[in-house]
Every structure is written in structure tokens, then in C-alpha cells.
Design a protein around this ligand. Structure first.
Ligand SMILES: [Zn+2]
Length: 161
């Protein structure tokens, strides 16, 4: 999924589940940041083809970050850090779930123990090359992303936003 899709889906989700959370704005902002932060690896691996083969796309890495922040929150008795820890977890894991709808690369859910790609859609690694966009706009992944993001936008507009 592309960055706007990650942001829209995670915002739609956290906006609905966070209505009773005390530090709601902090939770939403943290979730949005971490819903796109895993893609920072694109800058370091030289393109789309291998960018899911890093720790930023390893669910276990984010679970460990969540645990560390949670332990820190417990040690400091900090609701602020605890809220951030849950934003990290929800944002990063929503990114992982959405990236599992890949057409050229999937997600290595068992990393770092196994870097095998998993996807809900058939994978064709050849599409991850130079013409990625041309393949993407004709793929099932793009149709799903377009439907999901359009549905969210229409729903939010109909609610008066
Ligand atoms: Zn990603």
C-alpha cells in the first residue's frame, strides 16, 4: 500500500477505537507516524524491490519496541510514554497488515527468523523492477487500495468532515 493509504486506513481505525482514550491526540499522531515510518527503509535499500527485507518491516521488531516503551512507561509511571507505545504498536502493525496486500513483494511476518514473503495476493517479483508503477496501477492490490481509500473518504465526507 502507498503512504496515503497507510495514513487513511490507520487514521480511520484509530479515530474509531480511541474515542475514550485520555491522551487521544497523542495516540492518533503517534499511530499515524508509525503507520508510515516502516517505509523509511526505501531510502536505504535503493528502491521498492527489497524494502520489505529490513527490520522496519519485521513485525517482531515493532513488538519489541512496544515492549521496551511499555517497560519504560512502567518504570517511569508515565501515561505519556505508555500512550506512545500503543501508538507505535497499532501504527506499525497496521502497516504490516496492509503491506501484506502486495503484488510484487509481500511481508516477512516471521523475520528475522525467515524472510519468506507472505501476501494475500499472488506475488510476481518481476513487477518490483523499474516499471513498478505501470504494473501497480493494473493490479488487484491497486484496486483494493483504491476501493478502501475511496470508501473511507466517502464515509468521512458523509459524516460531515
Ligand atoms: Zn511498507
Amino acid at each position: 500500500m502507498l503512504l496515503p493509504g497507510h495514513l487513511l486506513v490507520s487514521y480511520f481505525f484509530v479515530d474509531h477505537v480511541s474515542r475514550k482514550i485520555k491522551k487521544r491526540k497523542l495516540f492518533i499522531i503517534t499511530t499515524l507516524i508509525f503507520s508510515i515510518l516502516p517505509d523509511i527503509d526505501i531510502l536505504f535499500v535503493g528502491g521498492i524491490a527489497r524494502h520489505h527485507q529490513t527490520l522496519t518491516h519485521a513485525p517482531l521488531f515493532w513488538i519489541l519496541v512496544f515492549i521496551l516503551f511499555n517497560l519504560l512507561a512502567l518504570a517511569l509511571n508515565s501515561a505519556f510514554i505508555k500512550t506512545i507505545s500503543f501508538g507505535i504498536l497499532i501504527g506499525a502493525i497496521s502497516h504490516m497488515i496492509l503491506d501484506t496486500f502486495g503484488m510484487s513483494i509481500g511481508l516477512s511476518w516471521l523475520a528475522p527468523f525467515s524472510w519468506k514473503d507472505y501476501s494475500f495476493l499472488p506475488l510476481n517479483f518481476e513487477y518490483a523492477g523499474n516499471n513498478w508503477w505501470q504494473h501497480y496501477v493494473r493490479s488487484t492490490a491497486f484496486i483494493i487500495e483504491a476501493l478502501v481509500t475511496t470508501t473511507i473518504i466517502v464515509k468521512r465526507l458523509s459524516e460531515g468532515y
